[in-house]
Design a protein around this ligand. Structure first.
Ligand SMILES: Cc1cc2nc3c(=O)[nH]c(=O)nc-3n(C[C@H](O)[C@H](O)[C@H](O)COP(=O)(O)OP(=O)(O)OC[C@H]3O[C@@H](n4cnc5c(N)ncnc54)[C@H](O)[C@@H]3O)c2cc1C
Length: 596
């Protein structure tokens, strides 16, 4: 096991900033692969291994807005009725892997190959699937096949053993819409309908994440310090024009030296800010903050991409009990909690496991699909940027998913569960959450000032083009269509959200205006920001090279979701862990001699 806390030493061979998903995985692998090296992992949040809000699958979401969450928000989003949208991020050992909703899946082959195509030799499906399989030990299930899952990794994954009765209609319903049952959706072709794994340890039905999965595999050459925040990466010019990272300064002023390398793993929202606070970034941002520029790198904080989500909720017939029972019936919730604590079958085992991934033709038919592609072409206009061009390629490639829909039991919408004293309190619901896999909007995240305590300025530009809006409209229409298809259609009595008063049924009168209004008013993030320290050629806005080394430095790498040049479909944690595994291999191969 690693050594936890106590005072840091003056120097280590490696310093990893941020004990989140990628940072913890990387630090543990370095510890195993470089036995004689010393490694420091610095995490701003606490250790919370015993926290039930994190550990219990059915309590997913309960830690949002707590001390374990950085609780960031976007700037006003003009495309989304000027709304400010929450940007939740883990502030705890394990980072966002401690807070996430435990969907465990992968994108399609062309989406990983695209990383190589945009200028990153070696980053493709074969290398990423090999890395991603090292992450995981999958518990075999009658609901799943064998292709594409890992069998020896530190993160445990499993298919839910608790499946609500009404959810059993999910696969037949999608089959009735012409969607095939896919038992091997993690193998590079995710299209279809399926039960999907969650990152759960099926021996104890506990969340499996970076802090309880990876870190215990490390040796005592890894020192983990928590509740300490890095304020700055120290850079020195040594050989000509290249900068060398000599270590870090903590917020309390402590300076710690790195003999070999410094790795930045503070995540998509905070890695760019730490570069900027260290003098690496766009001139205008640094000037506004009064920070001396050390490396002119205009791509830092740019290229921010995220998945957007939109959802509909349906009130179940009286004979079904949903996950909502855990909120309106406190004695039932207490019983279920006791069952979970004693290792027995409990509703708290559940995370949500019904998924479907589709291309546009499957959702809207080929004519409307072509219309969406031409909207995308208009939105991209004359941009030759490789990320924009790849997104057009994805639209033209039927193997690439454009929409996912999740069967999420219980009410998980926007207007809120009916409050006590209203007639619907005590009713049970299910929610269908749709995600747009390749929105065209790209935005930015930058520091607001030179003060580390100031929250970053996060502007994802949600719904800033007509393609993204019409994609969300098409997805929410699909949600209603799925709910109205047998056998799911016979499980519920009323559409609660948006509801037929807000958006009337499709008739001769077009209801597009109402759908559009619903989209602009309720679309949210599904928590997948990437791209803000993109692995791209420097002249294309790149921040790191294919070895994940920051341009202009010899020994400063970024290893987290921010390096993904193009957002992949599905849910992104498997790719984030895969990036950490790829980075560990490269750093171990470099031999611990360092590049400095
Ligand atoms: C609410 C939520 C739900 C999600 N649901 C899913 C899902 O169901 N499936 C899925 O695949 N993905 C999901 N994701 C996305 C996925 O979890 C993230 O993409 C992934 O965990 C990001 O990993 P990371 O290493 O880039 O960053 P993080 O895991 O966020 O790690 C960054 C770490 O750096 C620390 N840090 C930041 N600044 C400093 C500093 N200056 N000094 C020291 N430490 C610092 C942070 O505290 C944090 O621990 C979800 C994310 C969230 C937030």
């Amino acid at each position: 096991d690693p050594v936890y806390n106590g005072a840091p030493r003056d120097a280590y061979d490696y310093i990893v900033i941020g004990g989140g998903t990628a940072g913890s995985a990387l630090a543990a692998r370095l510890s195993q692969g470089l036995r004689s090296a010393s490694i420091l992992l610095v995490e701003a949040g606490p250790i919370a291994l015993g926290e039930e809000g994190i550990n219990i699958p059915g309590k997913k979401g309960s830690t949002l807005g707590t001390i374990y969450d950085w609780n960031f928000t976007t700037t006003n989003q003009p495309g989304a009725k000027d709304r400010v949208i929450g940007v939740n991020r883990g502030k705890v050992l394990g980072g966002s892997s401690a807070l996430n909703l435990m969907s465990w899946d992968r994108a399609s082959i062309p989406e990983y190959d695209a990383w190589e195509d945009v200028g990153n030799p070696g980053w493709n499906w074969p290398s990423m699937i090999a890395a991603m399989k090292k992450v995981e030990t999958f518990t075999p299930s009658p609901h799943y096949g064998e292709t594409g899952v890992g069998t020896t990794g530190p993160i445990k994954s499993a298919i839910n053993r608790f499946i609500p009765e009404h959810q059993e209609s999910w696969i037949p319903t999608m089959n009735n819409l012409g969607v095939r049952h896919n038992l091997e959706s993690l193998g590079g072709d995710p299209l279809g309908v399926m039960y999907q794994p969650s990152n759960i340890d099926s021996a104890i039905w506990n969340r499996s994440y970076a802090a309880n999965g990876y870190l215990p595999t490390a040796g005592s050459n890894l020192h983990v310090i928590t509740d300490r925040r890095v304020a700055k990466i120290n850079l020195e010019a040594r050989d000509g024009s290249q900068m060398v990272a000599t270590g870090v300064t903590l917020q309390d002023g402590t300076v710690i030296h790195a003999r070999a390398e410094v790795v930045l793993s503070a995540g998509t929202i905070q890695s760019p800010g730490l570069l900027e606070l260290s003098g690496v970034g766009p001139r205008s941002v640094l000037e506004n903050a009064g920070i001396d520029q050390v490396i002119d790198l205009p791509g830092v904080g740019e290229n921010l991409q995220d998945h957007i989500r939109i959802q509909g909720s349906f009130q179940l017939q009286d004979n079904y009990t949903s996950f909502d029972a855990l909120r309106y019936n406190t004695s039932f919730a207490a019983e279920q909690l006791e069952l979970w604590r004693s290792g027995q079958y409990s509703m708290y085992d559940y995370t949500g496991s019904g998924y479907t991934f589709s291309n546009w033709s499957q959702v809207v038919g080929s004519d409307a699909s072509a219309a969406l592609t031409s909207l995308a072409e208009q939105a991209i206009g004359t941009s030759r940027h490789p990320v924009d061009q790849k997104k057009l390629d994805f639209l033209r490639n039927p193997a690439v998913p454009q929409v996912d829909v999740i069967f999420s039991d219980g009410y998980t919408g926007v207007k809120g569960y009916p409050p006590p004293s209203t007639p619907l309190f005590g009713q049970d619901f299910f929610t269908l959450i749709a995600g747009i896999m390749h929105p065209l909007s790209r935005g930015s995240v930058h520091i607001r000032s030179s003060n580390l305590n100031d929250a970053p300025l996060i502007n994802p530009n949600y719904l800033s083009n007509e393609y993204d809006i019409q994609a969300a409209v098409a997805a929410i229409k699909y949600v209603r269509r799925i709910a109205n298809t047998a056998p799911l259609s016979s499980r519920w009595v009323a559409e609660y959200e948006p509801g037929l008063a807000a958006v009337p049924p499709e008739t001769d009168d077009d209801n597009d205006a109402q759908w559009r209004d619903f989209v602009l008013s309720t679309t949210l993030s599904i928590f997948h920001p990437v791209g803000s320290c993109a692995m791209l050629p420097r002249d294309k806005g790149g921040v790191v090279d294919p070895a994940l080394v920051v341009y202009g430095t010899t020994n400063l790498r970024v290893v987290d979701a921010s390096v993904m040049p193009i957002l992949v479909s599905g849910h992104i944690q498997t790719a984030v862990y895969g990036i950490a595994e790829m980075a560990a291999e490269m750093m171990i191969r470099d031999g611990g001699k360092g590049r400095g």
